[in-house]
Design a protein. Structure first.
Length: 203
């Protein structure tokens, strides 16, 4: 059996291959402030970053709003120079329910989550292509509950379909998750206790 891909190392190879002094435009899909914190810290020096908040999976709407507002407040404090931009995309929960149909009872990390990742990554890649970004990626792999293999394969496929480059990564590696906990505590960020959708909230 082939060795599993080390996606963190793949990212390091991509970073090492960037031209000296270049700061390519990166569209970073993000689900919340805590997950964004350590990823931004790691990538901010190498990329001109725009965060895309596209998360129609989040339920209820008040929780969606809370995570969006917390992310905006964090970005404003973390990057007061204004070099990190934030775009809040549409919030149409039916997009998620259509993707998750028939998989409502799946456990977390199961087939419903694959559809949920795919939906968000496809939109991120589409947005990146439409707005001329050099790379697209997601903060999702920082969570110990989310496997980098699936996220990177889905992200690469979406990026290829949309004609943009995928930045590989596994942000939980190299103490990335631990660092997100430290930054969340330092910035007093709200940390939700369920993944996002109503099915995960009920479990
Ligand atoms: S558990 Fe999380 S990743 Fe899975 S479908 Fe729900 S919101 Fe999406």
């Amino acid at each position: 059996m082939a060795n599993p891909v080390n996606w963190q190392r793949e990212m390091e190879k991509t970073l090492a291959g960037l031209p000296e002094g270049a700061r390519p435009r990166l569209l970073l899909h993000a689900c919340c402030g805590p997950c964004s914190s350590a990823v931004l810290e790691q990538l901010r020096r190498r990329f001109d970053i725009t965060i895309l908040y596209y998360n129609p999976n989040i339920w209820p709407e008040a929780e969606y709003r809370r995570r969006a507002d917390e992310l905006a407040a964090f970005v404003a404090r973390f990057a007061p120079e204004g070099d990190v931009k934030l775009v809040e995309d549409r919030y149409l929960p039916d997009e998620f329910y259509a993707a998750a149909r028939g998989l409502e009872e799946e456990p977390e990390r199961g087939a419903r989550c694959t559809r949920c990742y795919a939906l968000r990554l496809e939109r991120a890649a589409e947005f990146a292509a439409q707005h001329g970004f050099d790379y697209v990626c997601t903060t999702l792999s920082i969570s110990p509950h989310k496997d980098a293999e699936r996220l990177n394969r889905l992200g690469m496929a979406a990026a290829e379909r949309q004609g943009v480059r995928w930045l590989p990564g596994d942000f939980k590696k190299k103490e990335g998750y631990k660092r997100s906990l430290q930054l969340s505590s330092e910035y007093g960020l709200y940390r939700q206790d369920y993944c996002g959708c109503e099915f995960s909230a009920r479990k």
